[in-house]
Design a protein around this ligand. Sequence first.
Ligand code: NDP
Length: 280
Amino acid sequence: MAIPRFAVLAHPVAHSLSPRIHASFGRQMSIALDYSAIDATAEEFGNALGAFAASGGVGANITLPHKQRAAAACDTLSERARRAGAANTLTRGATGWHGDNTDGVGLVRDLTGRHALDLRARRTLLIGAGGAARGVAPALLDAGIGDLFIVNRTPERADALADALEQPGRVHPRYLDDLKALGEFDLIVNATSAAREGAMPALPMSLAGARTAAVDLSYGEVAIPFLAWARAAGAHDAIDGLGMLVEQAAESFALWHGARPDTDPVFAELREHRAALVTA
Ligand code: NDP
């Protein structure tokens, strides 16, 4: 029987840990799979996805910067991908792709499981309104957080995300310039890719305090500036996105293979592998 083909599509893709994670899950579960990395720019994305399907690809993870593009390329979407307007897990059907989004459940599982955080009623600040923010916002609301404030470099995208969440009394788009007036948060999620460009939004120290959990969805060197800011501001927890990465991958794996792997050994292996880079 042919080994099923999977891939991650991103740009850039060279540093993606997804091939390594899925290979580890496959070994753990004794499931044979072929998982590769495909570099595709925005212009190349449609053709790259088509070529992958034509070559027998049955499942794809999608990451920066293609999640919204991927949702648009799907024939059908799960309810959580539809709400997010972004897809990170594509499964090939008879006529096209079905899109799902496991980012939100991955983040919530990492925070409530690995980090034992109680998210209920937490006053939350979400920084960013791209594909990842769109994936995690509905899951955080479903997990019972309190009010959700959203800020983004391009304010129209924060407005659009707040509208899409359809909870006007609970979800509040704000300008980055207004952050000083917003007081302290119980949960702060950095869902921007700003640090990849050597930039980080200017965040006042007043946002974080002794009961704040600060989470950067990225990991490795890219997460360092935000986590350093959170510690300097006195946050109780400073958490990077490595655990979320492993949890969202396990959810994708379960969708494709019908069984959820144990994430702890894979997380431990990656943490050790990246110990020199990851400071959380
Ligand atoms: P997108 O390209 O879809 O969105 C990028 C976001 O970052 C937008 O909100 C964008 O604002 C903002 N941004 C980019 N550059 C800057 C800047 N210089 N200053 C301020 N804001 C900026 O990316 P994703 O949403 O897919 O990914 C965001 C981050 O989350 C990445 O670091 C990614 O690695 C991480 N991630 C981690 C996952 C995990 O499993 N741990 C899963 C998914 C993502 P604007 O709208 O103005 O362009």
